[in-house]
Design a protein around this ligand. Structure first.
Ligand code: AMP
Length: 302
């Protein structure tokens, strides 16, 4: 089943203790779509400026990603610049330039109206809502966001959150949004807006799902070397939604397996800057790490 994503397609400047890249391919929709395309066909709704390198679009097209909803407008592309210290769970945003996103309004090609799995990746919540309104028949609507939007567009964000089925958010952002340090209380606040499930991402410590069947916890895939955590959350979402779209059913069991697939795909992303590692990953490598993951977390009864 096909997947639709709206989010940023960006040029990122990122510094970690292990290196630095300038104007590298990034953006929430980019990481998501490259990850999800390992499982199912993906269409992107976004905008880039005329400065956006053609080679990046050629690469996304070569992955079978449908770019007919990607507008190219005169002006500069979205740019994000961030830094990480040795605690790679904590990104410090140095600069966010919305550029062509500031005046962007998504117009979905008519072929996209039947999309069944929709991911509203990190972007202005008003744009997320505009997309949602154009796909009334979606089977699963999921949303991700970050502190930038919690601080600048909280009311619009809460409105969009109330119209989706699943929310994925970082632990710190869940606490920030709900205004409490208790994750369980914060999850209750967010679920009271309307979504059926909340996936709380905890970086190298894994994630917790708060869903209709209760809790589900997973660790992250253990890696000895992480070079750049940028895009981990979006590629987690790509693996998660991609797996659900491929399975065609949404049950407690498929959600659990989808979360682990998301964790596996994210583990590749963080091994290098930008999408340098993610772009090389094959479905066979994903399957191998998934099997290892099962062994890591398996235990028998007494
Ligand atoms: P994450 O998966 O959370 O590490 O997301 C990283 C990506 O989010 C980067 O490639 C950035 O280009 C993008 N990003 C950062 N800030 C924003 C923002 N305010 N809106 C949309 N995308 C953003």
């Amino acid at each position: 089943m096909s997947i639709l994503v709206v989010g940023s397609v960006a040029l990122d400047t990122v510094e970690t203790p292990f290196g630095r890249v300038t104007n590298a391919l990034g953006g929430s929709a980019t990481y998501f779509s490259v990850a999800a395309s390992l499982f199912a066909p993906v269409s992107v709704v976004a905008v880039v400026g005329t400065d956006f390198p053609a080679e990046h679009l050629d690469f996304l097209g070569s992955r079978g990603i449908d770019l007919s909803g990607l507008q190219v407008q005169s002006g500069e592309s979205f740019r994000w610049s961030g830094r990480y210290g040795f605690d790679l769970n904590q990104a410090e945003t140095l600069d966010t330039q919305l550029n062509v996103f500031a005046a962007f309004h998504p117009h979905l090609p008519s072929a996209f109206a039947d999309a069944e799995f929709v991911f509203l990746a990190n972007i202005d919540p008003e744009l997320q809502l505009e997309v949602l309104e154009q796909i009334p028949n979606a089977k699963l609507r999921a949303l991700d966001t970050m502190n930038f939007w919690i601080e600048s567009k909280r009311a619009a964000l809460a409105r969009t959150m109330s119209k989706v089925d699943v929310i994925t958010m970082n632990e710190a952002e869940v606490r920030q949004f709900a205004g409490t340090s208790s994750l369980i209380a914060a999850a209750r606040t967010i679920l009271s807006l309307g979504p059926k499930a909340l996936v709380v991402k905890k970086g190298e410590y894994g994630c917790t799902v708060f869903g209709p069947e209760g809790f589900f916890f997973t660790p992250a895939y253990p890696l000895e070397e992480v070079r750049d955590p940028t895009g981990a959350g979006d590629s987690f979402a790509g693996g998660f939604i991609g797996y659900l779209a491929k399975s065609k059913t949404i049950t407690d069991g498929t959600i659990r397996r989808a979360v682990v697939h998301g964790s596996v795909v994210a583990s590749f992303t963080v091994e290098d800057f930008s999408i340098n590692r993610l772009r090389q990953v094959s479905p066979a490598e994903v399957a191998r790490r998934y099997d290892e993951f099962r062994n890591f977390v398996h235990f028998d009864g007494p």
